[in-house]
Design a protein around this ligand. Sequence first.
Ligand SMILES: [Fe+2]
Length: 284
Amino acid sequence: MPTKRRLSDVLGVALEGIDLSRPLSDAEFREVEQAFWDGQVLAIKGQRLAPEQYLAFARRFGRPEPHVIDQFHYPGHPDILILSNVKRDGKPTGLADAGSYFHTDYSYLAVPARVTMLYSIEVPKKGGNTLFANMYAAYDDLPAATKRRIADLVVLHHYGNRDDLDERSRTAASPLSDDQKRKVTWVRHPLVRTHYGTGRKALYAVSGSSFEIEGMPRGEGVALLDELKAHALQDKYRFSYAYDVGDVVLWDDLSTLHSATLTDPDDPRTLWRITVKEPAGSPA
Ligand SMILES: [Fe+2]
């Protein structure tokens, strides 16, 4: 039986004593999924996985989606994106500086991410944490009047970071090629979303790709998004995860925001990322 412990008072659960290199039974998978829903961030410790084994585990959650940034797909396995600052022969081996601002994955797509997972291959000597914020707690704590005001609001999203549109900045979204940019359009998501697994309400993507509120003058929409973001990113909702080699860390894209932290470009760090999208046509 795997052992389970909470990582903080805010969110996070760690599982030990489970081996993802072999197929999980349905009962074992349900236990993992429950720990994931409870923790919102789940760290499964001590793994040694081949790409195929990692993908087989990810597929239990749904269909993996190749990232829009397609230069760093794992050779032969496009559903795995290599995040790395390591250079070989002067060339980057992976995507560095992935999302160093609070966001949730693929919120700029009509069908956003449900689960993002990272398999930790190489951990830098210093830093490299992922920061998380709990969007259930942030929603729950809003005054009743605010909950009523935002209940039916729809937010307009596109690729990028509302707070940093300078493509050369290290806290901007990774720049896209012209071809990648052509695939990016405006999409709509409710500001408050109900979780498919827990039935709980969460503030959705108030930081990152959210740019306007439907039916509101642009400035007013941005002001409301900024106000909700300032509330949602208070320290009391935050947790910082420090990776060990062999971790498989999953986060719940519906009920959390996350941010990468900037690391020393010369301090090697490598992770394999898989993103599982929500089922197409799922109710928002
Ligand atoms: Fe991300």
